[in-house]
Ligand binder design. Structure first.
Ligand code: X2X
Length: 338
């Protein structure tokens, strides 16, 4: 969008437009589309590395027409703030957990229901297949565009500062930080914990200041964020698989002609496939490194968790919320749940 500002518009706009003009010009000098992309991950996380590469390739392959500036590490605010900015058009791209996106698109959290996916084959078959397509269609109804291939955050593990989690009983009363998401809160409430919904941007401080005693994340994040400084135990629950949708503001996306949309989508999707490989390798390689930093690992009794969730009516509750169409798609991939 090369800004063509007429003399009349300038005069009408008065001094504010005159002041803004040099900035706009400088920024748009070599690009038709100047976009902002923001996310929560540190720069050494595979999400940033691959998404940043996609943006660089897009710039190159469009001959500089599409310039996407990347704002990593919550520079523009926490996840829920960035989601508001994405919706208003203040930023044009965001990468975000489906569970946090569910604040806007309820069915997006289906892929993150507790203890449903048991391996990556199941995950990618569902998310690259009909379950992913169903969720993307719901996302589209809100005016956002989700790229076809979802990125990987990983299978999540519980860390605590005060006790190992051996069975579901050990989660009772646990003050645990969870991302801001109705599903995440519901999952840990159903297990009898005291979950606090806190954006990742504030999570480390919440652990350090003992507002919470626990959190749950894939090991890549645990390691990159140096959580061993504030957490002692890591219990390998694998309770939730978490992905990362690459989202665009619909108006910004549609402002591009089809050929430029194609270059963007192709690069975001190609890098998603590459990121899945890098990220999985990272998550699977970290246990010994984290042990060397002093964290104590254990493998909990997983059936005790699913039994507790069934008893609490957790799956029945979410089946009602998601509705039969979405639920049938999920069960098709993971088997009967409720
Ligand atoms: O907020 C989190 O815990 C994180 C970093 O895993 C997400 O992006 C959901």
């Amino acid at each position: 969008m090369t800004p063509t500002i007429s003399r009349r518009a300038l005069l009408k706009g008065g001094s504010a437009s005159l002041l803004a003009l040099p900035l706009v010009r400088a920024h748009a000098a070599d690009a038709q589309f100047n976009f902002k992309y923001a996310h929560n991950a540190p720069v050494s996380h595979p999400l940033h590395i691959h998404a940043d590469k996609a943006c660089a390739q897009i710039r190159e392959q469009t001959g500089g027409k599409v310039a996407i500036e990347v704002f990593p590490n919550n520079q523009l605010g926490g996840d829920t703030d960035m989601l508001s900015q994405l919706r208003s058009g203040a930023i044009q791209f965001q990468t975000l957990s489906p569970l946090i996106l569910s604040n806007l698109v309820p069915s997006a959290s289906m892929s993150g229901l507790g203890f449903v996916f048991s391996n990556y084959d199941q995950v990618w078959t569902a998310m690259d297949g009909d379950l992913g397509a169903y969720v993307r269609a719901q996302i589209a109804k809100t005016g956002l565009v989700a790229m076809e291939k979802i990125y990987d955050n990983g299978f999540r593990q519980i860390t605590t500062s005060n006790r190992p989690i051996r069975t579901a009983e050990d989660v009772r009363g646990l003050k645990i930080r969870v991302p801001v998401s109705p599903l995440w809160t519901s999952l840990f409430k159903a297990l009898g914990a005291a979950p606090a919904g806190i954006n990742w941007a504030e999570a480390y401080l919440a652990m350090q200041s003992k507002v919470v005693d626990a959190q749950e994340n894939a090991l890549g994040i645990v390691s990159i964020a140096k959580l061993w400084e504030v957490q002692k135990y890591c219990s390998e629950t694998n309770h939730v698989w978490d992905g990362i949708w690459f989202l665009a503001n619909g108006k910004a996306w549609q402002s591009m002609p089809a050929n430029l949309q194609e270059v963007c989508a192709r690069n975001f999707n190609e890098q998603a496939l590459a990121q899945r490989v890098t990220n999985r390798r990272l998550n699977e390689s970290l246990a010994s490194e984290l042990q060397a930093k002093g964290m104590v690992f254990n493998k909990p009794d997983l059936p005790s968790f699913t039994a507790a969730l069934r008893r609490a009516g957790f799956y029945q509750e979410w089946k009602q919320k998601y509705g039969s169409e979405g639920w049938a798609l999920l069960e098709k991939h993971v088997g009967s749940l409720a």
